[in-house]
Design a protein around this ligand. Structure first.
Ligand SMILES: *Cc1c(COP(=O)(O)O)cnc(C)c1O
Length: 391
């Protein structure tokens, strides 16, 4: 039997939805050729391999993959709720001496949580649940490149609010962009790809200005790397404002990017709506188990985060000494605002065996790796700035 000629293939009469036909492409971070020895600094991954204890238990878990995962992710939701409650209590205790602190009491239960295939997956489900045709979604730009794609897929309209001159989210401009058509506002802190973070008081003041029929999503993918003053206390924002949802992930600080598990925190009625849209059995048995084990190994994993934060400080100081001007980063990456030199820089980096993430015409995002990766990066940046002086 022969395959039909393309011009007679009936599939050619099946039109894609216009939003899908015109979707911007998600550009994946560069991946190395097989066996090539390269420094993988393109995707903000954790450079550390899984903990031996986690890997060993996952190998045992593999023997059960003929069974479906727990569709309700019950064990993971229970452990997460306990973990978040403890975190909120610790933050509360740390702030209790501050008379200006609003002392918002937090209590997280499983029905405040929904788990999905990475926080990108959860973000998609949130928009499916809340954004209809022509509803507006306000978000900063440049920010996470998944936002415009997912807004288009659900048929919403993107309202992109430019970052300010310091590569930070411009909260007054974001608030001014909200209209009666706005359904969702997204804030990404620290912001991918610029690394800048918002303070708690500024974010709280911003949210207080947003009408209560607008959902505010705070994407905290890099939360664990924040060391600045007045760090965002997201759980308190959820407790205080019932229209706020947090997005968190096991992909970055916890090093589980390949397993795909993330979650949202919010009011139970909103979370129930999101749960109604999730793909049944989306989060695999391995992913659920690894997330639970990672919560239990929290202290050990956070020591790795501390090491990455120390490396970040070392890299940033060395870059400054080389003459680079980069925005203050609170994440596991650095933004090089190279504008029309971004593409050349990235090509040269690849040639030097360093994979980075260019945004052509805008800048280059480079992840913090292990010491060896970062040393290679700093050698490259020194050579590059010598050959291409900034001033
Ligand atoms: C990496 C990242 C995510 C998380 O992606 P996962 O789907 O959880 O792997 C979410 N938001 C931002 C801004 C990110 O950079």
């Amino acid at each position: 039997m022969s395959v039909m000629a393309p011009e007679t293939n009936p599939i050619r009469n099946v039109a894609l939805r216009p939003q899908v036909a015109s979707l911007p492409k998600y550009v994946p971070g560069a991946r190395p050729d097989k066996d090539a020895r390269v420094h993988r600094l393109a995707s903000n991954e954790n450079p550390y391999p899984p903990l031996a204890s986690v890997a060993a238990e996952l190998e045992r878990e593999l023997r059960g993959i003929n069974r479906y995962p727990d569709m309700g992710t019950v064990d993971l939701l229970g452990e997460l709720a306990d973990y978040l409650d403890r975190q909120a209590a610790a933050a509360h205790a740390a702030n209790s001496a501050d008379p200006a602190d609003p002392k918002v009491a937090v209590s997280i239960a499983p029905d405040n949580l929904v788990v999905g295939t990475g926080s990108v997956g959860v973000f998609g489900h949130i928009l499916q649940a809340f954004v209809g045709p022509d509803d507006e979604v306000v978000y900063p730009w440049r920010s996470f490149e998944a936002y415009p794609i997912i807004v288009d897929i659900v048929g919403g309209r993107s309202v992109k609010v430019p970052l300010n001159a310091a590569y930070q989210i411009d909260l007054p401009a974001m608030a001014a962009a909200v209209t009666e058509k706005t359904k969702v506002v997204v804030v990404c802190t620290p912001n991918n790809p610029t690394g800048t973070a918002l303070g708690h008081s500024a974010l709280r003041e911003f949210i207080a200005q947003i009408p209560s029929n607008v959902l505010v999503i705070v994407d905290e993918a890099y939360l664990e790397f924040v060391r600045g003053e007045d760090p965002v206390r997201g759980l308190e924002l959820v407790a205080e404002f019932p229209n706020v949802m947090l997005l968190r992930t096991f992909s970055k600080a916890y090093g589980l990017a390949g397993l795909r598990v993330g979650y949202a925190v919010g009011a139970p009625d909103l979370i129930a709506g999101v749960r109604a849209t999730v793909i049944p059995f989306g989060v695999s048995t391995m992913a659920q188990r690894a997330a639970i084990l990672s919560l239990r190994a929290h202290d050990e994993l956070m020591q790795r985060v501390d090491a990455l934060v120390a490396e970040r400080a070392r890299v940033v100081a060395a870059l400054a000494a080389q003459g680079w001007e980069v925005p203050v980063t609170q994440a596991n990456f650095v933004w090089f605002p190279l504008a029309d030199r971004a593409a050349q820089f990235a090509t040269d980096a690849t040639d030097a065996g360093i994979l980075v993430r260019p945004f052509v015409g805008d800048g280059v995002r480079i992840s913090i790796g292990d010491r060896d990766d970062n040393d290679a990066l700093l050698t490259f940046t020194q050579n590059w700035i010598d050959e291409h002086p900034v001033h």
